[in-house]
Design a protein around this ligand. Structure first.
Ligand code: 9YT
Length: 129
């Protein structure tokens, strides 16, 4: 069994900050944990907009605090995200994530992240086998 507390993650190499400071991701589970997915507790800073395109991953996002929205790039549909809302980028949708209030999100990636991924110029994370 794996038991971990976010306080152990803060300040460790499992804590990753976006290059533009839009978010901070505490990576509770990574590929090396060997469970087939990764899981992050992610803070999205208030007032930020982040372009994302997870072409190499499926991401499920469950909002537990704050308020924001996701706009899909292809059809400009906007989805409000509030505590209790799940969204899943099961078709690798390009999107804009906006935080109206500081958001706290539980993010699951498959295939799992390996550690220190940040967004590449095209909005994706690299696929590291
Ligand atoms: C929702 C989202 O993808 N935010 C960017 C950070 C990412 N969730 C991560 O690495 O934790």
């Amino acid at each position: 069994m794996i038991v971990r507390n976010i306080e152990e993650i803060k300040g460790s190499e499992r804590e990753v900050t976006a290059e533009n400071n839009n978010w901070i991701s505490r990576r509770l589970l990574l590929k090396r944990d060997g469970v087939g997915f990764s899981l992050n507790d992610t803070i999205i800073n208030e007032g930020t907009e982040t372009y994302i395109w997870y072409k190499n991953h499926v991401e499920a996002v469950y909002c537990i605090e704050g308020e924001g929205e996701v706009e899909l790039v292809d059809d400009n549909k906007v989805y409000n995200i509030t505590p209790g809302t799940l969204y899943v980028l099961n078709k690798h949708e390009k999107h804009l994530l906006r935080a109206k209030k500081r958001m706290r999100l539980v993010c699951v990636f498959n295939p799992p992240l390996v550690g220190r991924e940040v967004h590449q110029e095209d909005g994706s994370y690299p696929l590291i086998e």
